[in-house]
Ligand binder design. Sequence first.
Ligand code: HEC
Length: 164
Amino acid sequence: MRKKVVLAIACCAVLVLVAGIALSAESVKYAIHYPAGYRTWAHVKSMVIQQGHPLYETFGGIHHIYANSKALEAMKTGALYPDGSILVFDLLEAKTENNAVTEGPRKMLYVMQKSAIKFAVTGGWGFGGFKDDSKDRSDIDPRTACFACHEERKQNDFVFTNYR
Ligand code: HEC
C-alpha cells in the first residue's frame, strides 16, 4: 500500500516536471525580441482611438504603425510577409489640449514578428508586447490576446494595415 502511495506521488512529481518543461518551452517559443531601432523604420500610419470606440479599453490613445524593410516590401506589393518581417504598433496616451491632440507617455509597444515555422500555430506570426517604455516582455498569451483578433485578417496574412 505504502509503495503504491510513494509510486503515485513520484508519478505526480514527474508529471508536474514535464508540464513545467513544456510550459517554459512554450514561452521560449513565443519569445519576441524588443524591436530595437524601430523608430527609424518606415512609418505606415497613425490613428487616434477615443472613448466610445469599441477598442478603447485596450487600444485607447494614439498609435503609430511601423514596418521594417522586409515587412514594408510585402505590405506594398501584397505578397505574403517573408520571415524576418516585423510590424510595430506603438501605443501612446493621447492628450487633448487647446483643440490639439498630442502624444502622452507610452502605454504599450505591440510587436508582430514573422517566422513561419516557429510561429505556425498563430499564422506564422509571433505576437508580443512591451509595457510602458520598458524592454521587458509583457506577460500575454498571444493566441488568446492577439491572434484571436488578427485571425480575421487571414486573407491579408493576418495584418490589418495596408500601405497607401
Ligand atoms: C480586438 C482586436 C485586436 C486584438 C485583440 C489585437 N489587435 Fe493588433 N490590431 C488590431 C487592429 C484593428 C489593428 C489595425 C489598427 C489600425 O488600423 O491602425 C491592429 C494592428 C496591429 C499591428 C500593426 C500591423 C497590423 O496588423 O495592422 C500590430 C503589430 C499588432 N496589431 C499587434 C498586436 C498584438 C501583439 C496583440 C496582442 C497583444 C494584438 N495586436 C491584439 C486589432 C487587434
